[in-house]
Design a protein around this ligand. Structure first.
Ligand SMILES: *Cc1c(COP(=O)(O)O)cnc(C)c1O
Length: 423
């Protein structure tokens, strides 16, 4: 159905129901003012043009109101995080009470492990995927270490079959059975940052629960990209960031999901702070900690409003476009990229990412045999922003909100060009 012509790509753009959203973003340009082909939205999403005015509103209210802004700002700062909850819950498929925006991703991951990784003498191991994002691995290893467990003993890696890049559910099952009653937590980075594999959250959760484990997910590359259906997946917790597909700016705050079955469980240990305390009596500050039900009960601090303003701007774009429309375009656009790559007929080019759209989001990880970093440099030179992973993988992610079919077509031209010149 796809065609390898510029006319076809342009036709797809004309028929794209969310094509107009591109004009709501600042697209980085080269020195001559020509827009770059930006395929790095999985690393840092682009800036919505409305972000500035959302930030300006808070700066103005702070300037004119000072401390009164907590209650008198147009969007009062005390409950500000609540203005983000419904839209974010829709994007990750959760109930509002299961979602809170707070901290950054790795901080939230630690807070979740404080509550959901409670090792016992017998059950103390943690499973992660073998190619987990390094920071997640550091976080998990340090939790093991905190509990006096040697990571060499306590950390289990879910590997793909030898010579492959995609993990299989049956191997997770084998790992669980080989460590029967010893695994306390399964924590998977879904979608995997390297391979682009989107894991089946519901199946992994069911398998984990069947074996008596807690199950959590890191959705850094999932949120705003795929629909994780967190509530239905049954996962115990999930964490994500807002600066990748969620376009909320460098280092912006992260999200956290706690399944409603844990909404008010006094048995759960947690690190506490005043923002997790009953809103009605938070400022009396004289009583015992009275924890809020739901994900909000894990909040520690009063949050940075400027970062939340940027998230609010971005979530509005998602709401206006409709997440289902974004995902539908993403499936078609990524499929087009895959089609064009395969159509190059270059035996040195392979795609690591699964070809089943259910098992991936926007990202394709392209392996180029015998290539080196010069390939990435040559692409950059030609105005393509992509991401290079040693030894031979380019990761490209045509984010559906601002990438055109024409951009994907043009990327392939420039890739061919770079390969012809270099090798
Ligand atoms: C991007 C990313 C992070 C980054 O964590 P921060 O705490 O936001 O710096 C962590 N884990 C994964 C899987 C990521 O993709």
């Amino acid at each position: 159905m796809y065609k390898n012509t510029l006319d076809y790509a342009k036709e797809c753009d004309q028929n794209d129901p969310i094509a107009s959203f591109r004009s709501q973003f600042h697209i980085p340009t080269d020195q001559t003012g020509k827009p770059l082909i930006y395929l790095c939205g999985n690393s840092l999403g682009l800036q919505p043009k409305t972000t500035e005015s959302y930030l300006k509103q808070e700066l103005d209210d702070w300037a004119s109101l000072g401390v009164e802004g907590h209650t008198e700002a147009r969007k009062p700062w005390l409950p500000y995080h609540e203005f983000l909850t419904d839209q974010m819950a829709t994007i990750v498929g959760a109930k509002p009470e299961e979602v809170v925006i707070m901290n950054t991703l790795t901080v939230n991951l630690h807070l979740m492990m404080v509550s959901f990784y409670r090792p016992t003498e017998k059950r103390f191991k943690i499973i992660i995927e073998s190619d987990a994002f390094p920071s997640d691995k550091y976080a998990v290893e340090s939790q093991l270490d905190m509990h006096g467990i040697d990571p060499k003993e306590g950390l289990l890696l879910w590997h793909p079959p030898a010579g492959e890049a995609i993990c299989r559910l049956e191997d997770l099952q084998t790992l669980l059975e080989a460590n029967k009653d010893e695994v306390a937590l399964i924590m998977i980075g879904s979608t995997n940052y390297y391979s682009g594999q989107a894991f089946p959250l519901k199946e992994i959760t069911a398998l984990g629960h069947q074996h008596g484990c807690m199950v959590g997910f890191d959705l850094a590359h999932g949120a705003g990209n795929i629909q994780p259906n967190l509530h239905e997946s049954g996962a115990d917790f999930a964490v994500w960031c807002s600066y990748k597909y969620l376009n909320s700016g460098p280092g912006s705050l992260g999200g956290c999901f706690v399944h409603e079955r844990h909404r008010h469980n006094p048995e759960l240990k947690r690190f506490a702070g005043w923002w997790g305390h009953n809103k009605a009596s938070r400022f009396n500050m004289r009583q015992e900690f009275d924890v809020l039900a739901g994900a909000e009960g894990w909040q520690l601090s009063n949050p940075p409003i400027l970062s939340m303003a940027a998230i609010r701007a971005s979530l509005q774009v998602f709401t206006d476009a409709g997440f289902d429309n974004i995902r539908a375009k993403s499936v078609k656009l990524t499929g087009y990229l895959e089609f064009l790559l395969n159509d190059m007929g270059n035996p040195n080019i392979g795609i690591i990412t699964p070809s089943d759209p259910q098992q991936r989001g926007s990202q394709l990880s392209i392996q180029v045999k015998n290539a080196d970093r010069r390939l990435h440099d040559a692409l950059t030179e030609q105005g393509v922003i992509s991401d290079w992973r040693e030894p031979d993988v380019i990761r490209v992610a045509p984010a559906a909100l601002y990438t055109r079919f024409e951009d994907v077509y043009e990327f392939i031209n420039r890739l061919k060009n770079a390969l012809d010149t270099l090798y």
